[in-house]
Design a protein around this ligand. Structure first.
Ligand code: IMP
Length: 424
C-alpha cells in the first residue's frame, strides 16, 4: 500500500515520527514539496535527528530516498544536512535529488528576509528560508532547477533572461544589491558540486522500477498552510495536501492508496495568521511547556490551543485524508479537563459555523464553541495497546473520530518509535 503522510494542521504535528514508522515498510520515500522551512525531528534509541529536507527514512539504510520536483532546495542547507548525517554515520548513498527541484538562490532568502523585516502590516512570519520567493520565480518561469547546473549553455541562456529582470526588482523594489552573471555562475558552480553525488538524472527509471513496490510520500508543513486551501495569505507557498504528492513526486494520483493525516491532540501554529482555538492564557503556556512547543527550524515559541474539529474536518476534505495519526496525546496526562472546538460562533451576529469559513480576515470575529472532556490523569507514555489506554482517553479518541468522520489508526504517546499504538 502506498501512503502519503500529510500534516493535518499548521505543521509541526509530529509527521517525522509517523513517516519514520511507516518508512520501515517502504522501499522508496519521496519528499514532495516545501524546502528547508520544514523541521522534522525523529528520536531513535534516545538520539535525536533533525531533518529539514532529507526524508527521515534515510535512517533505515537500504531504502531509496528521493527529494522530488515539487521541492525547493537551499544548497548550503542541503550540504549541511547531508554532512551532519554522514558525521553521525548514516549511509546517504541512496539519497537522490530530482534534477527538476528548484534552487533557492541567495537573492530569494534576501527578499524573504527583507519582506518580513519591513512588513508593517500583513507580516506572514515566514522562516526566512527564501521559500516564497523561490516558488514565485518557479511559477513566473524565471527559476533555476538543479539540472540547469550541469549545462553551461542552458545556464547562460537562462541567466541572460533572469538576471536583468531579477536585478531590476532587487534594486528598484527592494533596494537590495544586484548580482552579476559571473557571481551567479560561480555560485552555480559551487552548487553543482554540492548536488553532484545526489542528483538523479535516472529518476524516471527509479520511479518505474518502484511501481510494484511500496512508496511512501512525505509531506512538509500542513494542510492549513497550503497555498490554495490554507489560511491564505498566512500560508507557505506550496501544496502540502495529499494531492500535492501526486504533483511533486513525479507519480500521478493513481499511485496513492492512503493519505495519513498527522494531527496533534491539540493545535499549534508558528508565524502569523488566524487561529480560532488559540489559548493565550496559562493553559496555552502549560501545553507549550509540557509539549515542548518550540520551532525546530527557528526556535520560535509555538502558539497553542485546543483541538479544532472545524479546521480538521476541512483538512480531512481538502487534504484528501483517509485516516488520522494522532500525536502527543500524552501531553494531556496531567490535564483534568480537555476541550475540543466543535464550531465557531460569530460574535457579531451569533451565527454558528460548523463548516470552515475560508475568509480568514473575518476570523477575528469568531470564537470557539467548546465541548469539555474529562482527562485521564495518568501517565500513558508506556501504553502500547489501544485497549490498555484509560477509558477517558479512549472516549476522547472516539469522539474525535466521530467529529472527523475518519478513523484514528495511529496514536502516539511519546517521541520514541516504541511509544506508538497501532489501532486495528
Ligand atoms: P515559509 O514557508 O517560510 O514561507 O513560511 C510561511 C508560513 O509557514 C509561516 O507561518 C511559517 O511559520 C510556516 N511554516 C513553514 N514551514 C513550517 C513548518 O515546517 N512547520 C510549521 N510552520 C511552518
Amino acid at each position: 500500500m502506498n501512503k502519503v503522510v500529510v500534516g493535518a494542521q499548521w505543521g509541526d504535528e509530529g509527521k517525522a515520527k509517523i513517516t519514520d514508522l511507516l518508512a520501515q515498510d517502504a522501499d522508496l520515500i519521496i519528499r514532495y514539496q516545501g524546502g528547508c522551512n520544514a523541521g522534522h525531528t525523529v528520536v531513535v534509541d534516545n538520539k535525536t535527528f533533525k531533518f529539514h529536507l532529507i526524508p527521515s527514512g534515510i535512517l533505515y539504510g537500504g531504502k531509496d530516498c528521493f527529494i522530488g520536483a515539487g521541492t525547493v532546495i537551499l544548497p548550503e542547507y542541503f550540504e549541511e544536512e547531508v554532512g551532519g548525517l554522514i558525521k553521525d554515520g548514516i549511509d546517504v548513498s541512496r539519497l537522490k535529488v530530482s534534477p527538476l527541484a528548484s534552487i533557492t538562490m541567495p537573492y530569494h532568502t534576501e527578499v524573504d528576509g527583507y519582506t518580513e523585516d519591513t512588513a508593517k502590516k500583513g507580516k506572514i512570519g515566514t522562516t526566512k528560508k527564501g521559500i516564497g520567493p523561490t516558488y514565485t520565480d518557479k511559477y513566473a518561469r524565471i527559476g533555476l532547477k538543479i539540472q540547469d547546473l550541469y549545462s553551461k549553455e542552458t545556464l547562460s541562456e537562462k541567466l541572460d533572461v533572469i538576471l536583468p529582470l531579477k536585478n531590476k526588482t532587487l534594486e528598484q523594489v527592494y533596494g537590495l544589491k544586484p548580482y552579476t552573471k559571473e557571481q551567479v555562475l560561480e555560485l552555480c558552480d559551487k552548487y553543482a558540486k554540492i548536488f553532484e553525488p545526489y542528483v538523479c538524472f535516472e529518476w524516471q527509471e527509479l520511479l518505474e522500477k518502484s511501481k510494484g513496490k511500496k512508496v511512501l510520500f512525505e509531506g512538509a508543513q500542513g494542510v492549513m498552510l497550503d497555498v490554495d486551501y490554507g489560511t491564505y495569505p498566512f500560508v507557505t507557498s506550496s501544496n502540502p495536501i495529499g494531492g500535492g504528492a501526486a504533483v511533486g513526486s513525479g507519480y500521478g494520483p493513481k499511485m496513492i492508496d492512503e493519505v495519513v493525516g498527522v494531527a496533534k491532540a491539540y493545535v499549534t501554529r508558528v508565524g502569523e495568521g488566524p487561529f480560532v482555538s488559540e489559548l493565550t492564557d496559562e493553559i496555552g503556556v502549560k501545553i507549550r511547556e509540557v509539549g515542548h512547543e518550540y520551532g525546530v527550524t527557528t526556535g520560535r515559541p509555538r502558539r497553542c490551543g485546543w483541538f479544532d474539529a472545524v479546521t480538521m474536518r476541512y483538512a480531512v476534505l481538502v487534504g484528501g485524508l483517509t485516516t488520522i495519526a494522532l500525536t502527543k496525546i500524552d501531553v494531556f496526562d496531567e490535564f483534568e479537563e480537555i476541550k475540543v472546538c466543535t464550531a465557531y460562533k460569530d460574535t457579531r451576529n451569533g451565527k454558528i459555523y460548523t463548516s470552515y469559513p475560508t475568509d480568514v480576515y473575518m476570523h477575528k470575529y469568531l470564537e470557539p464553541v467548546y465541548e469539555t472532556h474529562s482527562g485521564w490523569m495518568e501517565d500513558i507514555t508506556g501504553v502500547t495497546e489501544y485497549e490498555k489506554l484509560p477509558e477517558n482517553a479512549k472516549k476522547y479518541l472516539a469522539r474525535l473520530e466521530e467529529l472527523l468522520g475518519v478513523s484514528i489508526s495511529i496514536v502516539s504517546v511519546g517521541p520514541d518509535r516504541t511509544q506508538t499504538i497501532f489501532k486495528k
